[in-house]
Write a protein that binds this ligand. Sequence first.
Ligand code: SF4
Length: 342
Amino acid sequence: MDTALSQALLLWYARAARPLPWRATRDPYAIWVAEVLLQQTRVEAAIPYYHRFLAAFPTVESLAAAEEEEVLRVWAGLGYYARARNLHRAARRIVREGGFPATVEGWRRLPGVGPYTAAAVSSIAFGQNVLALDGNALRVGTRLLGIDEPLEDPRTRLRIRTALEALIPEGRAGEFNQALMDLGATVCLARSPRCGTCPVRPWCRTAAQGLWERIPARRAKPPKPHRHFVAALVRDAAGRVLVVRQPPRGLWGGLWTLPQVEARTWKQARPRLERVLGVRLRRRNGKVFATLRHAFTHFLATFHVVEASPSTLPAVGRFTSPCSSELPLPAPARRILGRLNT
Ligand code: SF4
């Protein structure tokens, strides 16, 4: 591979770059927020969240000054709330230390910032000459090189990284990284790459050998574990629903959910729910109110929602209207409350 490849890629990018809102700015804060959102969700889904997040917290100072609960509320619906908490903690550190880091190493020291995000922000916002290797860039790299080894293998990644790093034109790493990402997202598609319109086809070993169905090699993924939760649906006379704040650490750290424990049946769950709420609970009818499934990154969950009456008003938690958005609720809790609105 040679510098003509980089030139062809950058020329294509100048013409075909996706007009994404975070590309209209060099503000490191906005670029960083976008990169964190993009780890979480697809580009199309990230755009409204990007606008919503920046409307709520337009600067790193405003994010640093916000309460964590407010940050989680704005993030609600995206899942993986540890990312939002880390973004918030990192903003506080940036403000405390007097400004954004300008180097990859500086970004890596911030909470929740991994090698990809550090490289993406420092190349795009600060012109650092570093490669940002996301899933799209890895796919393009492995196909260009014709490597049919699984991408999970660190040796494969190192080969791709070394080859692509050598192609970065001095001072243009930000464009180069974004061009690779866009090529992977719009041309070198996972299932049916559009080799006929690809600007780097003359250098592509996979296209030359017609092997795109085999490259990248896919390693069979083990099935995700399946976990069960029982949630108590407790309502007051006004129809409001009892929600409790989860402990700061863990899957739902700092968020509000129905009182819930990991269990399969009401019989298993009841004594533990009673300990959480500090009251006795009586099941209101023999049926499960709702059963919901939700796919988390590392496991599948089934929520068994059971209507219950407390012996007295619980001292923990608070009652909220099912259609209120005042509290940060994760997606499964929102879906349960959504059932009450229909
Ligand atoms: Fe991907 Fe085809 Fe382009 Fe090769 S020629 S990088 S397989 S789209």
